[in-house]
Design a protein around this ligand. Structure first.
Ligand SMILES: NC(=O)c1ccc[n+]([C@@H]2O[C@H](COP(=O)([O-])OP(=O)(O)OC[C@H]3O[C@@H](n4cnc5c(N)ncnc54)[C@H](OP(=O)(O)O)[C@@H]3O)[C@@H](O)[C@H]2O)c1
Length: 506
């Protein structure tokens, strides 16, 4: 594969958690496998005053702590770090951007970047407009000489109104093609595999619709609490943190029509149509279709963990949801009448993300089953961990009579003879460097997601709805099963894709 053009990467918020934990290890992985441009430079921008060497030490530490594989030898890491330099700025003072422009121009000459710049905004999102405006006033946005790409971390807006405001302020200076709204879920190999599973397998295609699918269930569970991000999370909650972006994108990929090609806009047009077809939920219906929870203190593996309201940075009277289960419909020809369920939360028993397609039972089920769930076939697309696909089907239990049991056919990515699955940010950074926006959020898609959730946000603002407590380390409020109804329950996944059950070995 050809290397991207020489270029310069300027990261705002370069001393932060995201850069240390995700971006720097991903850049190193690209560097190791030769996917980075022949000549490149990285300028980190942060508020703290420090030298280039001080910044390199922060990145070096981040690489040591967060690199999934052992680090390459010292010389290779030091060579990688020699491309990093640092610029200190509070990012709100336009005068700083004159100094930054001078540094960019110097580095441009050093690495023969030819005016090709990526600006990666990994600061709190309330700074995105100001930073963009200052960059543009400093003459750094025009693409007359080289490309100028702008990457914005999530959250892209806080609600529909703030989305409009932010989007408008960026569009004043930038073309849509310059804007890369990052959603790292789309960088996951297994999320991209949804498209391949659906559109390359003739056996599934005829079944993928309302005639054969009973319901679709999506789970994104985390076993950790809010860790050191209580301040951020208390203003976000599960809906803004997970549903509005990652999980609605997964809904889009799972339910979209086949795109006319793999072109970025062809795929994004189909995702948009799905989000525009979500059946609007009125404020009065929210309580019935959205169930919120908040984790409470519990003992996990002999250790007492705090409840959400006791976490640092969290308001002791907070009504922010750390768990959300929801039911909704896609009103189009393919999905009319098929309920979709999403469940996401923190401090659940296991970290797992998966999609479960539950197929309808046969028209007249002849056999006895002790659990109605066993009469359905289901297909589990596991995003993480133990990435793979599991197909559950019915068999006769050996012995007298016709007792039906479920059997599994499973594929685990770990069985493939590949060294490693690339990190999501690795794929996304490589795509920005090449100018491929397929896996980035387009403004109309993000708008449709915020629009769908607006009545929910409005209903919750009234502060009257219920928020159920659930002990940390459990699968959330017990009554979440009522949302599915018909005597069915959520699947209770384990770390191992092929196992399942509320009390399985985690
Ligand atoms: N961490 C993640 O896993 C993750 C995942 C998805 C998205 N994100 C998004 O990525 C962005 C960065 O997150 P993070 O976790 O890395 O945050 P963080 O650890 O708090 O770091 C934020 C960075 O922004 C700078 N900064 C903070 N407040 C600033 C201000 N008022 N003015 C100027 N600079 C300021 C900080 O510089 P100083 O330290 O020098 O003050 C630091 O470099 C956020 O938008 C977040 O929502 C993060």
């Amino acid at each position: 594969m050809s290397k991207p053009f020489n270029q310069l990467l300027v990261i705002f918020g370069a001393t932060g958690d995201l850069v240390r934990r995700k971006l720097a290890p991903s850049l190193l992985a690209l560097y190791r496998n030769g996917s980075i441009p022949e000549k490149f430079e990285v300028i980190g921008v942060g508020r703290k005053k420090m030298s280039d060497d001080g910044f390199r030490s922060i990145i070096r530490e981040g690489l040591k702590l967060n690199n999934e594989n052992s680090l390459p030898d010292n010389i290779a890491v030091e060579d990688f770090l020699s491309h990093f330099s640092y610029f200190s700025s509070n990012m709100t003072d336009s005068k700083d951007f004159v100094g930054l422009r001078d540094l960019i121009q110097k580095k441009d000459r050093d690495c023969e970047a030819g005016g090709n710049y990526i600006f990666y905004l990994a600061t709190p999102s309330n700074l995105y407009s100001d930073i963009t405006e200052h960059l543009c006033h400093a003459g750094l946005c025009s693409e007359e000489k080289g490309f100028r790409r702008f990457v914005y971390e999530k959250p892209f807006g806080y609600d529909l109104e703030s989305f409009y405001k932010l989007n408008k302020s960026l569009k004043k200076f930038l073309k849509e093609s310059q804007i890369y709204r990052i959603d790292h879920y789309l960088g996951k190999e297994t999320v991209q595999n949804i498209l391949v599973t659906r559109f390359s397998n003739g056996i599934f295609e005829p079944l993928w619709n309302r005639n054969y699918i009973h319901h679709v269930e999506i789970t994104a569970a985390e076993d950790v609490g809010v860790e050191n991000r209580g301040g951020y999370y208390d203003n976000a909650g599960a809906m803004r943190d997970m549903v509005q972006n990652h999980l609605l994108q997964i809904v889009g990929l799972t339910s979209m029509e086949p795109p006319s090609s793999l072109n970025a806009d062809a795929i994004r047009n189909e995702i948009l149509k799905v989000l525009q077809s979500l059946r609007p939920i009125s404020e009065d219906e929210v309580e019935k279709n959205f169930l919120r929870g908040q984790y409470t203190s519990a003992i996990i593996n002999g250790i007492k963990v705090p409840g959400y309201r006791e976490e640092p940075g969290v308001n002791p009277e907070s009504r922010t949801e750390t768990y959300l289960a929801m039911k909704f419909y896609i009103d189009n020809w393919r999905w009319g009448g098929v309920p979709f369920f999403i469940r996401t939360g923190k401090r659940l028993p296991v970290r797992v993300t998966e999609i479960v397609i539950h197929f309808k039972s046969t028209p007249h089920f002849l056999f006895h089953v002790d659990d109605p769930g066993k009469s359905f076939n289901s297909m589990v697309i596991r995003i993480q961990p133990d990435e793979g696909i599991l197909l559950k089907f019915c068999i006769k239990k050996p012995g007298p009579g016709f007792i039906v049991e479920n059997a599994d056919m499973d594929f685990h990515y770990s069985e493939l003879e590949i060294e490693r699955i690339p990190l999501p940010y690795e794929r996304l950074l490589a795509d920005v460097m090449k100018g491929d926006s397929t896996l980035f959020g387009r403004s109309d898609i993000i708008e449709a997601a915020w629009k769908f959730l607006e009545p929910v946000q409005n209903a919750w603002k009234r502060k009257t709805g219920k928020i159920y407590g659930y002990p940390a380390g459990t699968w959330g409020p017990e009554n979440a099963d009522n949302l599915i109804g018909e005597g069915l329950t959520w699947r209770y996944p384990c770390k191992n894709l092929s196992k399942g059950g509320k009390y399985c070995e985690l």
